[in-house]
Design a protein around this ligand. Structure first.
Ligand code: PA5
Length: 434
């Protein structure tokens, strides 16, 4: 179980505050589990954790094997909920530099269709030169502009390199089972497809093929991740403050009510950066509506202590932090000694890097709490495939309960359409004329 510690929020919050919201958390959890709240037709993610591989998961494993054998590079096309989960998962388990040294048998994985940057495209094109590659197009609607443009461009590259039939065998689509342009394209072109269930929204889709196919291509067994989510589904169903999901949800909502409207989500692991991005989208799109919501920001420590640290320590007191920690890895680094000791570091010789990291964490925690910033800490334990599944389920559940507690629909995102409408108007898209 993930351990949530709220002992560093006392001050702005009190135990009576916490006890006073117990019924609210209970009601919000019931609303979610009874599937009777707003947006309840998008609760399919509650049913995604499964103990035995489905036919879809078997096909994911087979497709991943083919892709691994035939490709130096696997390009995953998608944006938002159709992108952040798989990237977060791979980077957390294999590190941000996971592509170094990879090739056929264990392909490099790059992401496309998450930007409109020409520089990014040029870079990808250079990366693909002379390489065998396959692509997965991920889009629930099948009409999102960024991935649609990337799909056109990558299909063209594939067809030029492998011909129509060859390209077809290297193209996979992950989309709605029935509707949408991508479903139609896949049917007409004869691509292998995987499903995003209609009742699973983008940002809750990481435990579908959206996350599982890229993970499998990265050599991470989907069922090991899934079993972590299965365990989480059982453990975090508890209806009391012994449930760490409840502690997290209650603390963040109470802090928000006390004017702490920005949550900084931090870890001391560089590989966690994209997980912060996934969390940011999950909570941002789910809660930020009707003029409400905690603004979610993610940060990486210790680097961001040298940039955001000043603001956190002494800036406006409208923030709280959620600090995530993992058990140290088995392979450690011991700091050596230097006979000149010009850097003055000999006092650390013989100590491990983890020892220093732990002290940095404890020092930061104490400093920020002294500076008036409430800090929720999360001890994740050992980082492995199952933990990943557990974390995804933990935060999705927390987000659903938290948004219901806030009084908003956690499963829509009407605000995202406004920029698109303006952009389509400016682009002269038919149907969007002024
Ligand atoms: O969470 C969401 O629903 C969004 O972030 C979508 O995933 C994102 O806009 C991409 O949409 P689609 O999968 O339809 O291309």
């Amino acid at each position: 179980m993930i351990k949530v510690d709220i002992s560093n929020v006392w001050g702005p919050l009190s135990l009576p505050d916490l006890l006073a919201v117990e019924k609210e958390v209970f009601d919000a959890h019931m609303t979610l589990s009874d599937r009777c709240g707003e947006g309840s037709d998008f609760l399919g993610w509650l049913d995604l954790p499964i103990e035995e591989p489905t036919e879809e998961i078997c096909r994911i494993r087979s497709a991943a094997k083919r892709i691994r054998e035939s490709s130096d590079v696997f390009v995953v096309i998608g944006i938002g909920g159709s992108y952040l989960g798989p990237r977060a998962a791979i980077e957390l388990l294999q590190g941000a530099n996971h592509n170094i040294g990879k090739g056929k048998g264990n392909p490099q994985i790059y992401f496309a269709g998450n930007t409109l940057s020409t520089r990014h495209w040029n870079e990808l094109q250079r990366l693909l030169e002379g390489k065998d590659f396959s692509i997965a197009i991920i889009s629930k609607s099948g009409t999102t502009t960024e991935p649609a443009i990337a799909t056109r461009a990558l299909r063209w590259l594939l067809e030029r390199k492998y011909g129509t039939e060859g390209a077809k065998a290297r193209t996979y689509a992950i989309t709605d089972p029935v509707k949408g342009a991508l479903r139609q394209m896949a049917a007409e072109e004869g691509w292998e497809t995987f499903v995003i269930p209609p009742n699973v929204g983008g940002r809750y889709s990481v435990l579908t093929a959206v996350g599982l196919l890229p993970l499998a291509v990265a050599g991470i067994d989907p069922m090991e991740v899934m079993l972590g989510a299965v365990a989480a589904k059982k453990e975090y169903d508890l209806r009391s403050f012994e449930n760490p999901v409840w502690l997290y949800v209650a603390a963040r909502n109470l802090l928000y009510r006390k004017g702490k409207c920005i949550e900084i989500f931090e870890s001391f692991e560089p590989g966690f950066k994209m997980m912060g991005g996934w969390w940011q989208q999950l909570f941002g799109e789910s809660e930020g509506k009707d003029g409400k919501g905690i603004f979610p920001v993610s940060a990486e420590f210790t680097p961001d202590l040298h940039s955001l640290g000043q603001m956190i320590q002494q800036g406006e007191r409208n923030i709280f932090e959620t600090m995530v920690r993992f058990d140290p890895p088995e392979q450690t680094l011991t700091i050596g000694s230097d006979y000149k000791n010009l850097d003055g570091l000999n006092y650390l010789s013989g100590k491990t890097l983890d020892f220093v990291d732990e002290k940095a964490y404890l020092g930061t925690l104490a400093a920020h709490v002294d500076g008036g910033v409430p800090v929720i800490t999360m001890d994740m334990g050992r980082l492995d495939n199952a933990k990943l599944g557990e974390m995804f389920y933990f935060f999705e559940l927390a987000c659903g309960i938290s948004a219901y507690m806030l009084g908003v629909n956690p499963f829509n995102q009407p605000g995202v359409e406004f920029y698109k409408r303006n952009m389509f108007q400016l682009l002269g898209k038919p149907g969007y004329e002024v």
